[in-house]
Design a protein around this ligand. Structure first.
Ligand code: COA
Length: 257
């Protein structure tokens, strides 16, 4: 199984473990992560959730083969797909979610961080949201949250050009809390998650709800709007060219569009 889950000392850990494919996320993996988040929310022994990847790779994002063959579709179909269920479970998780990022966090690898409460990045972390270069559009409210975090101009570099950015830049633009040595980042994130064992869970839950505030409704609405366009674009000739180019290990050619 390429998602490993374990609950230890009040912390439910979700570990992405498909290193041979750079932790690319398949439909089955989204389902497993979504199930783990729902179970963590329901289990009173769990006080916080920790999401990690493997040394040198958090995740290379959605499995591009799945994009080509098992696209989530459009409309209400899409909203019920495993990737939407996972993101919904992350948004609905009323316990603190801590992410520890080593290596690359691409596409949804970065998008999911926007919806975690604490993000710790290793000095080797490299984040990117290359949706446009893949013929796609931003997803899961990144078009709303990223400009809010860092302003339109820096958001445009990341969401229109898809420029990758470093761990320091992730902290500077408000996506991450702190940079740590790669060997330390998971331990540090775990220690932060374990601090919730000493805090009253009801107050934590209600404070997290308040922190989300009125923004939550806007996020849900934006996810729906983006999802419609994303689902349509997945089947576009531009996206097909980008996906084929990836597997053929060549540069995409958009000159005919
Ligand atoms: N979907 C499907 N397969 C993927 C993948 C993805 N998102 N990312 C990596 N892989 C596969 C590669 O096809 C390759 O498979 P192979 O060994 O059968 O050829 C294997 O994982 C190793 O990847 P490779 O590209 O050779 O590793 P690398 O170290 O040179 O580069 C990345 C690592 C993460 C920079 C690079 O794989 C990458 O850019 N991946 C795609 C990222 C992306 O665009 N994601 C979608 C965002 S919406």
């Amino acid at each position: 199984m390429s998602i490993k889950t374990a609950t230890l000392n009040g912390v439910a850990t979700i570990e992405i473990a498909r290193p041979e494919k750079k932790n690319a996320l398949t439909v089955a993996m989204y389902q497993a992560m979504s199930d783990a988040l729902v179970a963590a929310k329901a289990d009173p022994a769990v006080r916080a959730v920790l999401i990690t990847g493997q040394p040198g790779i958090f995740t290379s994002g959605n499995d591009i083969e799945d994009f080509m063959t098992r696209a989530p579709g459009q409309g209400s179909d899409a909203m019920d797909s495993p990737v939407f269920r996972f993101m919904r479970a992350l948004l609905d998780c009323d316990k603190p979610v801590v992410a520890a990022v080593t290596g690359a966090a691409i596409g949804i690898g970065t998008t999911m961080l926007l919806h975690c409460d604490f993000v710790y990045v290793a000095d080797d972390a490299r984040l990117a949201m290359p949706f446009v270069a893949l013929g796609l559009v931003p997803e899961f409210a990144s078009s709303l949250v990223v400009p809010q975090l860092m302003g339109h101009r820096r958001a445009a570099e990341k969401l229109l050009l898809g420029d990758p950015f470093t761990a320091e830049q992730a902290v500077d633009c408000g996506i991450a809390n702190a940079v740590l040595a790669a060997s330390e980042v998971v331990n540090h994130a775990r220690r932060v998650a374990e601090r919730f064992n000493q805090l009253p869970p009801g107050a934590v839950r209600e404070a997290k709800q308040l922190l989300r505030g009125p923004q939550h409704a806007a996020i849900v609405q934006t996810i729906r709007t983006e999802g419609e366009i994303f689902g349509r674009r997945l089947k576009s000739p531009e996206a097909m060219e980008a996906f084929q180019a990836f597997f053929q290990k060549r540069k995409p050619d958009f000159s005919r569009f």
